[in-house]
Design a protein around this ligand. Sequence first.
Ligand code: TNX
Length: 502
Amino acid sequence: MTSLPLAPLPSSVTPAKGVTFALTHTVSVTGDPDAAGVLHRLILTRTGLHLTASPGSAEPGRAVIDVTVDGDGPPESYRLTVADNRVTVRGADAAGLFYGVQTLSQLITGSPEGWVIPGVDIDDAPRFAYRGVMLDVARHFHDVATVTAYLERAASLKFNVLHLHLSDDQGWRLALTRRPELTARAAASAVGGGAGGFFTSDDYRAIIAHAAANHMTVVPEFDMPGHTHAVGLAYPEVAALPALDGWDAAGGPTPVAGETYTGMGVGFSSLRIGAPETDAFVDDILTELAELTPGPYLHFGGDEAHGTPAADFAAFVARTSRVIADLGKTPIAWHEAGVAADLAPGTIGQYWGLVSPTDGADERARAFVAGGGRVILSPADAVYLDMKPAADSPLGLTWANGPTSLERAYSWEPCEIVPGISEDDILGVEAPLWTETVRDLDDIDALAFPRVAAAAEAAWSVPAGTAAGRTWESFRKRVGGLGPLWTTLGIRFPASPEVSWT
Ligand code: TNX
């Protein structure tokens, strides 16, 4: 297995012994202008070298990096060859070419002779079509600059989905013209009583455009029918009173209807199911969200609705999934929604149970497959990036068997989580970052890195067990070599003791 500093591990890596490409300012970049632009910026950031862009072909005899879409191979795949005077990256499509460029950036190394790229042949394609990161912008608001910085980090690890958790008990984070009171009245706070904030529709479009330039699709989530305390500040007629049976007063402030909630408790809020006002509200917010969102998915939450009676919950998630399908989008819900037999056909379930399922979470996930949908895997004790990485970490939570080491984040196999479903039933893998304890980009980096690279490898790379398959021993060495690149990209990753950083 390769020890080159590559993550996620490519499908096939064949070193060319004794071959080295010298990266100097005289190298020309030719081919696709978008990919050449991305490569130019990455090389400048990593090395300080300004390469010459040659729109046509380069002068004879000059060292060249050529980046071109040639249409060969599966979606998002690429081939990369480093010879002594020529580097070629060939993408099956624009996304594949972008990923080839990202791989190339990981190979650049400083040496006594200057910047070099080791000779190699790489042939690479993703395992899963959906490779996501989620950012919770509700518990603490994260502005456009922070969101775009995080999505660029994720795209460099070949993630192609940014799931934005846009609403929760503590705040509503997307302005909607059909329901203006949501951000007028319910966006100005956060966990701990911070300032809050929200995206205008232009902000949201800017995030979508920046994501698209990085070959990422935005999946927006309005979490319902639980996690909706903030809705009651704006439209009290659609909110049920807080369900406080069994409320643990030691867990922080007690929620009060009509007042901002700044604690970290869950499961007390609910929409008023079955009320015509509630149906009209849901229709309005989802219609506008569908209009604003070019991507194929709308996520409607469905988790931890302990304040919603069971029959009401089933009726609500079934209706809401059909509203989304009727808007021409594919619904996604957290796995709890797999209790309703009449979800819109093809609804996707996001599993957030443990690596070894408890409490019927696997049963819920299988219900989506039975309904013609597929499953996204986010096992909480592996890829919840908000779990503390170590017991003494100042940031993060521990409820999912935390702290979660890098090795645990890495060492799980998507096909072995939910018994009875096969690889084809799995749409992909997503690593969520909930932000109860996360205030800014430094906090995001401190929790996400390096574990987000482990999630990337579960989503992209060949499974363990074959000669080309991923292994923990190989991963911890390869990731260690990415430190210098991450540093130049401005990523404030903690130097996990499980890795030997170079
Ligand atoms: C569970 S995961 C939640 C979130 C919390 C998270 C904290 C899920 C669907 N719900 O509301 O933020 O735990 O780790």
